[in-house]
Design a protein around this ligand. Structure first.
Ligand SMILES: NC(=O)c1ccc[n+]([C@@H]2O[C@H](COP(=O)([O-])OP(=O)(O)OC[C@H]3O[C@@H](n4cnc5c(N)ncnc54)[C@H](OP(=O)(O)O)[C@@H]3O)[C@@H](O)[C@H]2O)c1
Length: 249
């Protein structure tokens, strides 16, 4: 039977790289790209021309639970079951948000904006899409996190809102993994760190990154899909990097 995949944040960056890679694999019957603005997206239009009905689009805003619930309802009507859901949505800067260098930069508004998209959105995705992933066959719910969200690995400090929201995201997904393991034994829930990737999110902060440590979205997508393909049930609830190594919480 064919596979069905959903990439939330599939409009650009790593998410778009994942949509491209999944469409290139004939095992995937359908690949749904979800985001705030899916209509008129030039990259998706080009993929449409090449892949036709295998590519689907879904409108979703992770900062709005009603939108997440409506997206899950719409997908259920169109797709029998999901074998892979990767939520790539993330927010580091923009709209008055800028990573803090020191305590004096910490603002409640930045913390709330970061938590809304980086922590609350991902667990609401798990809440509303869980039924599409629990069907007795192997399925993976992956959320892109960031190594900076690891408390055990935090030696540099800074980036309070993003770091804390990603740490909260990790805890929320870990908690969901424990609950889902009790009733959906074929569902694997993981958090993934993609490495430093050349996208809009990393653009202002990658000046000191060595060329060999800066990945293209296509390379990151290929690595993340290889990690996902190798996951067994014992991996559920854990946090992995693009090279398959485990990251401490
Ligand atoms: N790039 C890196 O070096 C790096 C490193 C570590 C971790 N990560 C993580 O990897 C993930 C992907 O990052 P990226 O570099 O691909 O980022 P990106 O290029 O900035 O893309 C972010 C994606 O999130 C979507 N998005 C943002 N806010 C949203 C909302 N409220 N509702 C729905 N979609 C929303 C964007 O869609 P719109 O087009 O609607 O804005 C876009 O598709 C993030 O979770 C990030 O934290 C990235």
């Amino acid at each position: 039977m064919g596979q069905h995949a959903l990439i939330i944040g599939g409009t650009r960056g790593i998410g778009l790289g994942l949509v491209e890679a999944l469409l290139a694999d004939p095992a995937n019957d359908t690949v749904t790209a979800a985001g705030r603005q899916v209509a008129g997206n030039a990259a998706l239009d080009a993929l449409d021309a090449a892949h036709g009905a295998r590519l689907r689009r879904l409108a979703i805003d992770l900062a709005d639970e009603a939108s997440i619930e409506a997206a899950a309802t719409a997908l259920k009507a169109a797709t029998p079951a999901l074998h892979l859901l990767i939520n790539t949505v993330g927010l580091l800067h923009g709209d008055g948000l800028s990573p803090e260098r020191r305590l004096a930069d910490v603002r409640p508004e930045s913390l709330a904006a970061s938590y809304a998209v980086n922590a609350i959105g991902p667990i609401l995705v798990a809440k509303h899409f869980q039924n599409l992933l629990t069907h007795g066959e192997r399925a993976v719910l992956a959320t892109l996190s960031a190594r900076v969200g690891s408390i055990g690995d935090n030696r540099l400090g800074g980036w309070y809102a993003y770091r804390a929201a990603k740490a909260a995201q990790n805890q929320l997904m870990h908690t969901a993994a424990i609950e889902l393991a009790r009733r959906a034994r074929e569902l694997i829930v993981v958090s993934l760190h993609p490495g430093t990737v050349e996208t809009g999110l990393s653009a202002p902060f990658r000046g000191n990154v060595a060329a060999e440590k800066l990945f293209t979205p296509a390379f990151a997508a290929e690595r993340l899909l290889a990690v996902i393909a190798g996951l067994g049930r014992e991996a559920s609830g854990r946090f992995y990097a693009w090279d398959g190594s485990e990251i401490p919480w």
